[in-house]
Design a protein. Structure first.
Ligand SMILES: [Mn+2]
Ligand SMILES: [Mn+2]
Ligand SMILES: [Zn+2]
Ligand SMILES: [Zn+2]
Lengths: 158, 158
DNA sequence: ACCCGACTTTGTAGTCATTACAAAAATGAG
DNA sequence: CTCATTTTTGTAATGACTACAAAGTCGGGT
């Protein structure tokens, strides 16, 4: 992707192979990955990759404003493009993190009780629509055949 | 405090000295402390206190519903009473965490885009009213005399 | 008062994410 | 090609937290 090299250059980051691959991964996988997920995903392509490089690169990207780090839950750091403000929902069953465009009263750059607000995070947690099933049993790890047997879904307030 | 012993008994927790002191600390210091802050604060009173006991106790309190753990920012776990829902503001200068009663559209126990929401956290960050000063220089560690010299405050949108 | 078993606390060791640091490798201008 | 600068890598260190087992505490039954 020439695109990615351009992004790096625009942010004054030399487009080394590792940096390009990491940013490319972030671009193609909008899953708010942890450093380790990125590392695991790139190990095949870059067998010599070091976890230190992943951390160095992510921190450099944050420094230059390409990425932001999120502390949602469970004290884990996750990374995503620095995009328009939006809110997050994490499924406690499958672990997926969803972006919600839900328009929200954002107090960013405003004042509340005299406090100047510069960051505003809304983090929701629950059971995502793919994991909401008639029974509360987790269906995440059921084999495909077992999954198919479940035909009745609760629409639960359409 | 007989009160604290009562709270423990009501939650089926034997009121040992350590547990009473830890809960008493939480009750008297509504600062959303970390485990280490609690440990440091109680070391004088309980010289034999172990950090493991602090963690064990906090986790037991959470298990029994007395406390909740917060993952606000910087990947640190903080503890507070399990109270009515409210939102948090952390000052990036002095580090204090404020409770804001700001009424908020809470999606708890509601559905968004088909996802069932069970937890709802709003975390704000910025500069608290005590740290907002005419200059952006941090005044947190200035001696009292220097502080007093600063007379002009920005009301900044009353 | 003594014994015993259950619960609680403690210290140490282990895990996991992240950072610090220095050596090795790659890059690139002259 | 050469050498200085940048980048990557591996290893060690840090810090929060957990696992685990030994030691301490306590209360009931004798
Ligand atoms: Mn997002
Ligand atoms: Mn609070
Ligand atoms: Zn899910
Ligand atoms: Zn402050």
């Amino acid at each position: 992707m020439q695109d990615i090299i351009e992004i790096l250059k625009e942010h004054n980051i030399a487009p080394s192979m590792q940096r390009v691959k990491i940013l490319e991964y972030l671009q193609n996988n909008r899953i708010h990955p942890t450093a380790d997920i990125i590392y695991q995903a790139l190990m095949d392509e870059i067998p010599t990759l070091s976890k230190t490089t992943v951390y160095n690169t992510l921190n450099a990207f944050i420094e230059k404003g390409i990425l932001v780090a999120l502390s949602l839950f469970e004290n884990e750091v996750r990374y995503e493009y620095n995009t328009d403000p939006h809110i997050h929902f994490k499924c406690s069953i499958c672990g997926k993190i969803y972006d919600l465009d839900k328009s929200y009263d954002l107090y960013k750059d405003d004042f509340i009780d005299g406090h100047k607000v510069t960051e505003h995070h809304v983090n929701l947690k629950g059971i995502c629509k793919n994991c909401v099933k008639p029974t509360t049993r987790s269906t995440q790890r059921l084999p495909e055949i077992a999954k198919r047997k479940i035909t009745k879904f609760h629409t639960l307030r359409s």
